[in-house]
Write a protein that binds this ligand. Sequence first.
Ligand code: HEC
Length: 190
Amino acid sequence: MNFRTFLPSFVAVLLACGMLSVLWFGGKLEPSASTAAELSETAPAAGEALAEGGASSDLDRGKQVYKKANCVGCHKWHGGGGGGYGGAALSLRETILTEEYLVEVVACGRPGTGMPAFHRKAYKGYDCYGMTAAELGEDKPPKPAKRLSDADIARVAAYVIAKIKEKGDITKAQCADFWGEGARECKRFK
Ligand code: HEC
């Protein structure tokens, strides 16, 4: 091969290398995107570790949500339910719902009952029993006094599971746990 024939092929090889490297580094973008996906996959695990480490403070926040969203108003502090201004609220002590369904009921409410939908996007973006507000019409659950974030809905559901569901008879200790030691509300409990 003399120089004249070499030069064009050399240029061609250079060009090819350039294109290959563009493809290569372009391809590199993919792995970095998948690292992001990996990161978001490991995020829940990190969250779980956090929840374990700060389990009691998470439950405390769940209790604060239970108060500020006024679950107390209808279900009572002990979750026993009964007649409230929203009609007869079911007993959360005797509920058979799992945490997953608790999240759904709190987020979406119960159509045709007084149980409000606490999620801002319930029935419009946030899937609720596969139904839309238009389909529900009159049966659309009432607006809550206060909307809750996804995180707060998860916290209050975890709180109900940990502190209310299947807790048997209402005790003074449970009451003190909710209202604080020596609270007047707790005098009548043993
Ligand atoms: C305005 C009154 C009202 C408020 C406030 C309210 N609820 Fe309810 N809730 C009800 C009523 C009424 C029902 C019964 C619905 C039915 O008949 O299916 C109910 C049902 C439920 C259920 C279903 C129980 C089961 O076993 O099926 C859960 C869970 C629940 N409420 C949790 C909560 C939580 C947690 C809060 C606070 C974030 C809350 N509720 C706030 C009135 C209320």
